[in-house]
Design a protein. Structure first.
Length: 176
């Protein structure tokens, strides 16, 4: 046997075999994509304070049934062209005032976030028409992953939720 010609052929055969084997293997499986955050979110006991004009707010208990925190970045509704996510905090004078919350509402994994008078809420400004007890308002919530969550809330009469704005210049004469 001629070892000079056999070794190069053997090396070429091994190299071709390795190339063929690597070409036949299946690509590594991609990890499953995470479900959109909108699929993990729900709202319980949602309601909107009745109002003839100007401003009002939506309340309820946001529930996150997922394994990761969910951030609500915006809310839209045909009932109001201007909706903000608000928190109620104490200002330097010791008064409770509401203001837009930077970054949105974070609903913890497996937990909830209360939207209530005197606390966090969905602020609806420049109402398109009066909202009377018994009406229903449809909302679309957008989350940080750009998924959405829709819900409908009944309108109720409520005499509370009359907080003031932190910056009166931005919302002059518009107490909630």
């Amino acid at each position: 046997m001629n070892t000079r010609t056999s070794l190069p052929r053997l090396g070429a055969t091994i190299a071709l075999s390795l190339v063929a084997l690597t070409g036949c293997t299946a690509p590594a499986a991609e990890p499953p994509a995470a479900a959109p955050a909108g699929e993990a979110l729900r709202i319980d006991d949602a309601w909107v304070k009745s109002a003839d004009e100007g401003m009002t707010a939506a309340f309820g208990m946001l529930r996150n049934e997922g394994d990761g925190d969910v951030t609500v970045t915006s809310v839209a509704s045909a009932a109001s062209p201007m909706i903000e996510l608000h928190e109620t905090v104490e200002n330097e004078a010791g008064e409770m005032v509401m203001r837009e919350i930077a970054g949105g509402f974070v609903v913890p994994a497996g937990g909830g976030l209360a939207l209530e008078p005197g606390g966090n809420h969905i602020m609806m400004m420049d109402l398109a028409e009066p909202l009377r007890a018994g009406d229903e308002v449809a909302f679309t919530v957008t989350l940080s992953d750009n998924s959405t969550f829709d819900f409908t809330a009944p309108v109720k009469d409520y005499s509370g939720a009359n907080e003031n704005y932190d910056d009166a210049d931005d919302h002059e004469g518009m107490d909630h």
